[in-house]
Design a protein around this ligand. Structure first.
Ligand SMILES: O=C(O)CCC(=O)C(=O)O
Ligand SMILES: [Fe+2]
Length: 295
């Protein structure tokens, strides 16, 4: 335990910066008490990205952990992961011919009506150097906009389109996607989400657009849409809104997908394998729908 670590009732946390991110010390993710599960769920809302070092999870143990933290989705709405036996796991293997680098800022699966609440990522094989992952605190980014721009974005809706990243893949698979929210995914119809999402647990607003999946803003010109999104992306990714994690084998990262975006640094030259599961989430709610108490 470092001098910065603080102990809550069930967890010892070492904050990674002034705003968000924390390392959780001294827990075995295979053997958590109910109190620790509750404490992890609430630490996720408060700290947004949690890291657990020195873990020894098998695929089955990762899925068991996810089931204790929430309801699991398929590993991905359309990607198949034949290398793993659990349909809940998305195998992110840089040597897979279908591998796509996640070297664009994104929040996971925002191209579905109900994007995941959070993701649980485990490092399975790492390059000797490189392959860090970075996260943005999208609530801090919202708060640090000027008041007039906050008022503008509060009113906006954006389209998110999974075809940008996954359309060609799904067509190659003859439209055979996975079961998502009870239905088989056969196409990726674009969806609309508020540009500012109110967190359903904390009530905090955060920017909810990302260059990975957001195609445009509804009801403005194409030039206006591009300019607004460029402004928001530049603002979101200011270094003071980010943290960066250097992975070690045995690390598990859990992030709140309702208050963060992330980016996998593409600077490695050896195989890198990560395995991800996602917790089912709800339909994003905007500031106007959430009403005056939330924002
Ligand atoms: O490989 C990584 O570091 C992150 C990949 C990613 O975007 C994800 O797991 O959601
Ligand atoms: Fe991701």
């Amino acid at each position: 335990m470092t001098e910065h670590a603080t102990r809550t009732s069930a967890l010892t946390l070492d904050k990674l910066g002034p705003s968000f991110g924390a390392e959780v010390l001294g827990v075995d993710l295979r053997d958590l008490t109910d109190d620790q599960i509750l404490a992890i769920r609430s630490a996720l809302v408060e700290h947004k990205v949690l890291f657990f070092g020195g873990q020894d999870l098998t695929d089955a143990a990762q899925v068991d952990l996810g089931r204790r933290l929430g309801e699991l989705t398929a590993g991905h709405p359309v990607a198949h992961s034949p290398a793993v036996q659990h349909p809940e796991i998305y195998n992110i293997d840089s040597t897979d011919p279908e591998f796509s680098f996640s070297d664009v800022w994104h929040t996971d699966v925002t191209f579905m009506d109900k994007p995941p609440l959070g993701s649980i990522l485990r490092a399975v094989q790492l390059p000797t150097s490189g392959g860090d992952t970075s996260w943005v605190d999208t609530q801090l980014a919202y708060d640090s906009l000027s008041a007039p721009v906050r008022q503008l974005v509060d009113q906006l809706t954006a389209v998110h389109d999974g075809n940008r990243e996954w359309g060609a893949y799904l067509r190659r698979r003859q439209g055979q996607g996975n079961i998502w929210d009870g239905k088989q995914v056969t196409e990726l119809a674009p969806v609309e989400h508020p540009v500012v999402r109110v967190h359903p647990e904390s009530g905090r607003p955060g920017l909810f657009v990302n260059p990975g999946f957001t195609s445009h803003i509804v009801g403005v010109s194409d030039a206006e849409s591009r300019a607004i999104l460029d402004l928001l992306y530049a603002h979101l990714t200011k270094p003071e809104h980010t943290i960066r994690h250097r992975w070690q084998l045995g690390d598990v990262g859990i992030w709140d997908n309702r208050s963060t975006s992330h980016y996998a640094n593409r600077d490695y030259h050896e195989p890198r394998v990560m395995r991800r599961i996602t917790l089912a989430g709800d339909r994003p709610i905007g500031v106007r729908q959430a009403g005056p108490t939330a924002a």
